[in-house]
Each structure stands twice: as C-alpha cells, then as structure tokens.
Ligand binder design. Structure first.
Ligand code: HEM
Length: 164
C-alpha cells in the first residue's frame, strides 16, 4: 500500500506539488469551517482509532473516549496538523518540534507505523465530511501530506530508539 516505514526520506524529498497544496489547504478549510464544528468533530470519529487499532488504547491512561486526556490529544493532533498545513511550502521551521514530538511518542513505545492509525482516521473523517470533494487526487494529496508529517516525527523516533 504505502511505504510508511521509517525511511530516511526528508520532508522535502517527498515534495507536494502546488496543486496538492492547494487541494489540501482548500479541503482542510472546508472540512474545519465552524459551521461543521469539525475542529472537534474531526477525529471525534475517534472510536474508529480504537476499531482500527485496539492497542492504541493502551497508551492512554483511561479508555474513556470523553476523558480530558483523550479529547486533549485530539486537539493536539489537529493543532499539529493545522500548523503543518500553514507551513507546507517549507516545513523546515517546524522540524525541531516535529522531531521532538516523535521522540515523545517513541518514549511511550509508539512506533512510526502506529502513527498511521491517525492517518486512517483522518482520511476516513475527511471522506465523510467532504463527500464528493474528496476525490482520489485529494486523497492522494492528503496521504502524502500526512506521510511528510509522520516522517518528520519519525526522525525523532529513530534517533531515540535502540530497542529494535
Ligand atoms: C501523526 C500523529 C500524531 C500526532 C500529530 C500527535 C500529536 C501529539 C501531541 C502534540 C502530543 C502532546 C505532546 C507534548 O506533551 O508536548 C501528543 C501526546 C500523546 N500522544 Fe500523540 N500524536 C499522534 C499520534 C499518536 C498515536 C497514534 C498515539 C497512540 C497510539 C498517540 C498517543 C499519545 C499519548 C498517549 C500522548 C500523551 C498524552 C497526551 O498528551 O494526550 N499519539 N501527541
């Protein structure tokens, strides 16, 4: 499917085309516009995260999907994504933050591959929100965007992991 392994790809080596950037930014704006309440609604399909990967639940102290911790994480993910989308032309300024974020996750035992749980939830939610706007081209642009973000996080995971 995708090559989402902890490769040595740098964010810039997976460059998005200008068309991809426009697509991703436009559809994010559409999916998260206030009328849709999607800032929170997005990822409130959170149950899916645990349906895709029940073991993801192990990383949170409570299995309560309404817990402040879990809801707070949804907000954290969205805000990280939002910042990345504002910096799609040049992610360099965000790299230290993303790397540190990767290290934080690696320290909790989370592997690069597990970040794709969020990718699946994101793609699913966007497809539900955007319906016919979520074309194949749009999906591909989003997949690439997520991979760039997750690969940037993975640089902090690789640097920190000696356990396998
Ligand atoms: C690309 C995907 C993800 C992003 C952008 C993301 C983002 C974040 C951020 C910004 C934080 C707060 C870090 C800090 O303390 O400064 C965080 C913490 C955390 N993340 Fe993630 N995360 C992702 C994927 C995951 C996945 C897949 C899991 C579980 C399987 C997970 C579990 C946690 C946990 C348990 C914490 C600590 C508690 C909390 O702050 O909510 N994350 N994440």
């Amino acid at each position: 499917m995708d090559s989402a392994t902890g490769s040595n790809l740098t964010p810039s080596s997976k460059a998005l085309s200008e068309d991809d950037k426009v697509l991703v930014r436009d559809t994010w704006r559409e999916a998260t516009k206030p009328e849709r309440e999607a800032g929170q609604k997005l990822f409130k399909r959170r149950v899916l995260i645990f349906q895709i990967a029940p073991e993801a639940q192990d990383y949170f102290s409570s299995s309560d999907l309404e817990s402040d911790e879990f809801q707070g994480h949804i907000t954290s993910v969205i805000s990280t994504l939002d910042k990345a989308l504002q910096n799609l032309d040049d992610l360099t300024p965000l790299l230290p933050t993303l790397e540190r974020l990767g290290t934080i996750h690696a320290n909790m035992g989370i592997k690069r591959q597990q970040l794709n749980v969020v990718k699946q939830a994101l793609l699913f939610t966007l497809s539900q929100e955007l319906r016919e706007l979520f074309t194949d081209e749009c999906r591909k642009a989003w997949e690439l965007t997520f991979d760039i973000l997750a690969d940037a996080m993975a640089t902090g995971m690789v640097a920190n992991s000696n356990d396998d």
